[in-house]
Design a protein around this ligand. Sequence first.
Ligand code: GTP
Length: 395
Amino acid sequence: MIRALAIPLTILFSAYFAHTLYLFQFGGWLNTVVWLPYLTLIVSLFFCLQFNQSRLALLSLALFIQLPWLPRYFSFLNVPDDLWQALSIVNISVSSLIIMFLKDRSLRHWISWLAVLVTIAPWAISLSLAYFQPLKLQALLFWQPLSNNWLSLLVCLLSLLVIVFNLVLLMWRKQAQDACYSAVVVTLWLAQHLQPNQQLQSLCFATAGIFILICVFQYSYRLAYQDELTGLPSRRALNQYASSLGRKYIVVMSDVDHFKKFNDTYGHDVGDQVLKLVASRLSKVMLGGRVYRYGGEEFTLLFSGKDETQVVAELERLRQDIANYDMVVRDKSRSNQSPKDRKSQKNDGKKVVNVTISLGYAKSSKALRRFDDCLKQADEALYRAKKAGRNCVSD
Ligand SMILES: Nc1nc2c(ncn2[C@@H]2O[C@H](COP(=O)(O)OP(=O)(O)OP(=O)(O)O)[C@@H](O)[C@H]2O)c(=O)[nH]1
C-alpha cells in the first residue's frame, strides 16, 4: 500500500515544491535550506555509525568536508585557496575509490562507476596538466565553476537526470546502495558547478544525505527481514505478513527430503547451494503466492484468497519442477584452483544433483482462525507427506 503511494506522493510533493520555488523565486525563507545538508548529513553520519556502516559513514564525512562554505569556518587558519582545492581533490578521489572498490557487480554498480569516472576524469586530466606545465594549478582546472552558459546548464541537467534515474531505481528495485553512491558522487560533482547558487547546492547535499540514510535503513531492514543465504524473506517477515492476512488463506510448509544425508555426502557448502537453488525455484511460485525461509531446510508458502484446488495444482507443479530440475552445484575447492587449472578440467568441480521436496498444507477455517494454528496444521500435513514416502503434497 505504502509502496503504491510512493510515486504519486513523490510527484505531488515535487510539483508542490516546484510551485513554491516559482512563487518565492529562490528568495526569502528558502535561505533556511542552506542548513538542510548539515541536518541530513549529521543524522546520516549518526545512523551509519550506529549500524556499523563504515563506508557510508566515510561518504557522509566526504560530503561534509565538501560543503562549499566549510572553508569560511576555518578562515582564521588562513588556508590558501589552492590548498582547499587540493583537499577537495583528495576528498573526491578517496570517496570515488571507496565506491570503486565495492564488490557488487550489478548493472547499477556499473552506472555508479560511470558517474565516478565522469567525476574523476577531469580531476585526473587537470592534475596531469598541472604536473607537466608548472603553471598555477587553479588556472588549469577547466572544470571550475562554469559560467552561466549552456554547458553549465547541460552539466546540471545531466547530473540531475542521474539523480532522478537513481530515485526511480530506488523505488522500483528497492536497491538503495547504488542509488546512494551515485547520488554522493553526483553531488560532489555538482558542488563545483552550482557554486553561485547556495540553495540548489544545499538541496543536492541534503538529498545525498537522505540517500545515505535510506541506504542505512534499507540495510538494517534487510538484516532483520531477509534471509542472508537464500535472499528470501525471513520468518520474521512471515510473522509480520501473517498479521495482515484476511480470512481466506492457505499455508504450506515444505521441506527438502533427506537433506541431512545430502549434507553428509556432499558437504555443507554444496548443501547451501542446494538450498539457494530450491529457494530460487520456489520463488517462481504463481497465483500470487509468497515464499519465506522458515528456517534450516524448511520453506513456507502463503496463498491469500485462493481456492484449494488451484493451490494444490500449483504446489504439484512446483514439486515436479524441483524434482525434474538438474541442479548444477560447484565444488568450493575449485575456487582455490588457478583459472588455467579450471579450464583444463572443464567440468571438474561441477556436480549435477537432484533433490525433491515434500509439502504439507492447511487452509484457514472457522476452527483454524489463528495463523499459528494453521501453520501447525500445515506442519502436521508435511509430516504426513514425509510418512507417505516424500516427494509429494499432503493435506
Ligand atoms: N547446508 C546447510 N544445511 C542446513 C542448514 N540448515 C539446516 N541444515 C541441515 O539440514 C539437515 C536437516 O535434517 P533433518 O531435519 O534430520 O531432515 P532430513 O535429513 O531433511 O530428512 P527428512 O526431512 O526426514 O527428509 C540437518 O543436517 C541440518 O544440519 C543450512 O543453512 N545449510
